[in-house]
Design a protein around this ligand. Structure first.
Ligand code: HDE
Length: 746
């Protein structure tokens, strides 16, 4: 007997009772008639892009997706079926002449492209950048010098993990911005850490081979906690500064929205009078710089591996648009290219903000999510060589290698030299090049003379000059020198700046660093690797070295480098300020017996302050369905503390405890009676352990007591009414965490 395809037969019953026949809701049944597709949501509209041949693409192509009445082949012929292969009878063999089957499977076979060799996992969004119009003194780049709005596309990423790895691993984060300016595309391809592992691009394959999984068994995924990584960075001490940042809270950001971004290299800006300065670029998040704690990050990797990309997408979807101010540190363009003794060409060094303040020059707002991950986030191709007049490179040897690498890598990743024609990569400035043909050429170039000089196409195109907006390299004078494979002497100082970073950290931040090194090195097997790393730590700071050595059960070596100075830079610490709490997620733990009026006013107060409430109850559905219903967003079974920045307790949730009691009674087991549902207790104790604000009313003190938490502690707010609780919790959250709660690392 053959089974006839009947989509409605497998749908759930209309009244939700399993096994009981009932009508199928129209929303659940497979549509049988063509109908208008859902219109794209307003906030999903990205910038319109235009092909080199002038055809509108972007939004126009998005409208093509799953729209129109009839399914067609790739060539536009209408189809009557896409669910059954063409067969010689219903039980007979499939026929080779089924061209639709072959077209569909062949296309599917080639749907994947190679992932990025590094920064494979990422998430992106569209937005706008508005220059403050204050940078004209130092650059002629119009999008910085003038008060104009420029469309941008930003991709955030981890470095080591493959495309399907988790978001909250300990790693550096990429922060790459494409500015579609009227003078050409400018890419600022930066990271969330202002220094790099290496000083010369020739070593990039080495650090990446060491950081990626072991070649024999391909583990661990997206981790630096393994022997090859620590082997390399302990043998190669120029990596010390970057590694220390990675082991600090910067390696586990709370959100892409709460990360700083850095151009890392020193760039050269040139103004309209051809005067140049050296600069370092900084992105400063409006929400402040915040991080996860390590246990939280690890739990999230299991509970919600898409945590960062979900956070970015949800924030933009809900209108909480993330913003960063772009700033520059400006240095005189002297022949030495140093500032206060710091070598500006060394990408393992920062210039403390106390020595050269970051001057704000514009604001970026991410206000539109991507509409198609593959077309936009996956296919976007950044390149530090995408420069516009007024922004130039320096002789940083790390940057030099990047200027080669980024074009080259796209050829294997995006299948040929025409990746610039992919909609997300198309410049918004008019393109008039003489690059022709090649794989995936999508322009239909006309004319007969794609060469220069020519007389057959009217001599076109012609050259621009400085007065007509040409990009002209700065004529920097080079010192007379011999060809050598050597680094400058100043590149040999590998410890002063790691020490500067360490000395700038507050005690809880130092504890986190100690814990991170201890965790990572305890995951290594090779004793020599651990001992060598301890020697590196001894040259940063004896306290750091001793504490990590205790955690490893090894003796702490003495420093072999002088440990004098430098002055700390308070700007490097993430602690000590208060920041906006926009878009922070507040869990409200409740049940049907709790003060539901209080839950309603807490929800409202949270929304009024621009935060996001999530009501957690024993089961899904609504609370008080016959009154003023409250929608339950998470159940005790699906919620985990890691999803919330703070937690409110609207009473003592007992439902689960009762269920446990009933089960125990049935099984005849005698366990001590539960004070509250164990899942709620776990949620509250975890939130406490991770330094999160906890508020409550209506008997919440009993729940805190059951969780072993003392109400008077910092970040614990018990008030008479729900609105006052929200106020107190928001105030605590403005400091991000109750920092006093973190115990010493070892
Ligand atoms: Fe990259 N890097 N990188 N990198 N990098 C790539 O380009 C490379 C470096 C950074 O979201 C690749 O398109 C070399 C520093 C980001 O698409 C590749 C060197 C900084 C992204 C490449 C560096 C970065 C990349 C891989 C040593 C911070 C992701 C895929 C000289 C300033 C961009 C691709 C995106 C991606 C090479 C060092 C940032 C292979 C050779 C320093 C944010 O071309």
């Amino acid at each position: 007997m053959t089974t006839k395809h009947s989509p409605a037969a497998s749908e759930p019953d209309g009244d939700g009772v399993p096994g009981k026949p009932g009508p199928v809701s129209p929303a659940v049944a497979e549509p049988a008639q063509p109908s208008e597709p859902l219109p794209p949501k307003a906030d999903q509209e990205g910038p319109e892009t235009v092909s080199p041949t002038g055809q509108a693409t972007g939004a126009e192509q998005a409208r093509m997706a799953q729209s129109g009445a009839y399914l067609t082949t790739a060539q536009g012929a209408r189809l009557y079926d896409t669910d059954h292969s063409l067969k010689a009878g219903p039980r007979g063999p499939v026929l080779l002449q089924d061209h639709h089957l072959r077209e569909k499977i062949t296309h599917f076979d080639h749907e994947r492209i190679p992932e990025r060799v590094v920064h494979a996992r990422g998430a992106a969004a569209h937005g706008v950048f508005r220059g403050y119009g204050t940078a004209g003194e130092v650059t002629r780049a119009a999008f910085l010098a003038k008060d104009v709005e420029t469309p941008v596309f930003v991709r955030f990423s981890t470095v080591l993990g493959s495309r399907g790895s988790a978001d909250t691993v300990r790693d550096t984060r990429g922060f790459a911005t494409k500015f579609y300016t009227e003078e050409g595309t400018f890419d600022l391809v930066g990271n969330n850490i202002p220094v790099f592992f290496i000083q010369d691009a020739v070593k990039f394959p080495d650090i990446i081979h060491a950081g990626k999984p072991h070649p024999d068994r391909e583990i661990p995924q997206a981790q630096s906690a393994h022997d090859t990584f620590w082997d390399f960075v302990s043998l190669h001490t120029e990596a010390t500064h970057h590694t220390l940042w990675n082991m600090s809270d910067r390696g586990i950001p709370r959100s892409f929205r709460m990360m700083e971004g850095f151009g890392v290299h020193t760039f050269r800006l040139v103004n309209a009078a051809d005067e140049s300065v050296l600069v370092k670029f900084h992105w400063k998040p409006k929400l402040g710089v915040h991080s996860l704690v390590w246990e939280e990050a690890q739990l999230i990797n299991g509970m919600d591996p898409d945590y960062h990309r979900r956070d970015l997408f949800d924030a933009i979807e809900s209108g909480a648009y993330p913003q960063w101010e772009l700033g520059i540190q400006v240095f005189p363009d002297t022949p030495e290219q140093t500032f206060e003794g710091i070598d500006l060409l060394d990408p393992t060094k920062i210039v403390p903000e106390e020595l050269a303040p970051v001057q704000p020059i514009g604001l970026m707002t991410l206000n539109a999510n991507t509409r198609n991950y593959f077309a936009e986030t996956e296919q976007v191709a950044f390149h530090p060589g995408h420069l516009v007049p007024g922004i130039d490179v320096t002789d940083d040897p790390l940057l030099a290698g990047r200027l080669f690498s980024y074009l080259d890598t796209q050829i294997s990743r995006l299948g040929g030299p025409n990746f610039g024609q992919i909609p997300i990569n198309r410049p918004h400035a008019p393109v008039n090049d003489m690059l022709r043909d090649g794989m995936h050429q999508s322009a239909v170039h006309t004319g007969v003379a794609p060469y220069h000089p020519n007389s057959l196409d009217g001599g076109c195109p012609f050259f621009a000059g400085a007065d007509t907006g040409a990009f002209i390299e700065t004529p920097v004078k080079l010192p007379a020198a011999s060809k050598v494979r050597e680094a400058p002497a100043s590149f040999a100082d590998h410890f002063t700046q790691p020490r500067l970073f360490w000395l700038s950290m507050t005690p809880p931040e130092r504890e986190h660093i100690i814990a991170a090194y201890t965790f990572e090195l305890n995951k290594c097997y090779e004793q020599a690797v651990k001992e060598r790393t301890l020697q590196v730590l001894a040259n940063i700071d004896p306290q750091l070295c001793e504490q990590v050595a205790t955690g490893l059960g090894l003796p702490a070596p003495a420093a072999t480098e002088p440990l004098a100075g430098p002055d700390p830079s308070p700007a490097l610490s993430q602690m000590g300020g208060t920041w906006p709490t926009d878009g922070r997620v507040i869990g409200i733990i409740t049940d049907a017996e709790a003060d539901l009026d209080g839950v309603r006013s807490a929800r409202q107060a949270i929304l009024d302050t621009g935060m996001v409430p999530l009501v957690i109850a024993p089961t899904g559905g609504t609370l008080d369905p016959d009154g003023d219903p409250i929608t339950v967003r998470r159940t005790y079974a699906t919620a985990r503390s890691t999803e919330f920045d703070a937690v409110l307790l609207a009473g003592v949730p007992q439902a689960g405890a009762d269920a446990y009691g009933a089960r125990d009674a049935k099984a005849g087991t005698a366990r001590p009676p539960q004070a509250a549902d164990p899942r709620v207790l776990l949620l509250v104790t975890e939130a406490y352990r991770h330094g999160k604000a906890i508020g409550g009313w209506n008997g919440a003190d009993r729940l805190l007591e059951a969780a072993g938490i003392t109400p008077g502690e910092p970040g614990i707010a018990l008030e008479e009414d729900a609105t006052a609780v929200v106020e107190a919790v928001a105030a605590a959250l403005a400091e991000h965490r109750a920092w006093d709660r973190f115990p010493p690392a070892v």
